[in-house]
Design a protein around this ligand. Structure first.
Ligand code: ASP
Length: 311
């Protein structure tokens, strides 16, 4: 089925990465290749502190990366969690999908797989991210005997901005692919895995109904299976707007009843990007003021829009 290409992305992605992806779609590139290449560009961007190189480290000062990739034509998916020391987690995630009879590899197994496929190694900790971590640790250490649990709980009382890479691409053949890549929450406990590599929580994609990806507090998106819920509501005939608003209402309830003691609060938020099977797009969030980007084949550059925050 011929269709008009469209790219839906989070607002923190540079315009040129999205515009370059659209250029490639116009020339016939596949949704999967374009989603991967946009994600790789963001992973290399040193100014992007929640994705790839220069991502914020965990409480021990190590950069642990999560990524997932889903193909809406086949429902095949691949993901890596808590991966250390590789330049492009999104490419490793896509290769998990293509080469293994598995969906998700974590930690040492993910690193082993990355080595076996010849993925490029890189020290992902930038001097800037290291300095920010040192500053945060200095602010929360009270006793040299403090363990990682104590330090994580204290460090997370103040959140760093989230800007996980979310991209949903629909190509000229009507195929949709979604890619998510992140360093997760800054100063997280080692091994903490968020929603981004969990298919159904932070990423879901099905050509027949649409796709959704999440950014923000992963613990909330995981607890309600946010991405798959949005797509399943569209499968049941809900409009994109109704589906996005319903998922956000559930997330708001969850965040609203949480307390600082259990590490979630009203200051936390989630945003979900949604595309329907026809390529219509929208974004919904538990708080106002967040934005997203969309580019169709007719636009030379992406347009930035405000998310909908349902009452
Ligand atoms: N969703 C990501 C996570 O919880 C964080 C983010 O969006 O920055 O790992």
């Amino acid at each position: 089925m011929a269709s008009a290409p469209v790219i839906l992305a989070n607002a923190e992605i540079r315009d040129e990465f999205i515009a370059d992806g659209m250029q490639r779609l116009r020339r016939g590139a596949s949704a999967g290749d374009v989603a991967e290449s946009i994600a790789c560009a963001v992973e290399d961007d040193p100014d992007e502190h929640t994705v790839g190189y220069s991502g914020w480290p965990n409480i021990l000062g190590e950069v642990e990366l999560d990524a997932s990739f889903m193909d809406g034509a086949t429902l095949r998916a691949g993901a890596v969690a808590a991966l250390k020391g590789f330049r492009h987690p999104i490419s490793v995630a896509r290769q998990v999908m293509l080469r293994l009879p598995h969906v998700l590899l974590a930690g040492e197994g993910a690193a082993r797989f990355a080595i076996e496929i010849g993925a490029e190694r890189r020290d992902m900790l930038s001097p800037e991210a290291q300095a920010a971590w040192q500053q945060r640790i200095a602010a929360v250490v009270e006793d040299e005997e403090d363990d990682a649990i104590t330090l994580t709980v204290r460090a997370l009382r103040e959140r760093r901005g989230s800007d996980t890479m979310n991209v949903i691409v629909r190509d000229a053949a009507g195929n949709i692919c979604s890619a998510v890549s992140t360093s997760g929450i800054a100063w997280k406990y080692p091994g903490r895995v968020g929603d981004s590599p969990i298919i159904g929580a932070g990423n879901y994609c099905d050509n027949r109904y649409g796709a959704a990806t999440c950014m923000g507090l992963g613990e909330a998106a995981m607890r309600i299976g946010a991405a798959v819920q949005a797509v399943m509501l569209m499968r049941l005939g809900w409009s994109l707007e109704a589906a996005g608003c319903e998922v956000v209402r559930q997330l708001s309830e969850l965040l609203g009843e949480s307390t600082a003691e259990n590490h979630m609060s009203r200051a936390d938020w989630v945003r979900i990007l949604v595309m329907d099977a026809a390529g219509n797009v929208g974004a919904f969030a538990t708080r106002l003021g967040l934005r997203y980007k969309v580019q169709t084949a007719d636009d030379s550059y992406p347009l930035t829009r405000e998310v909908v925050c349902p009452a």
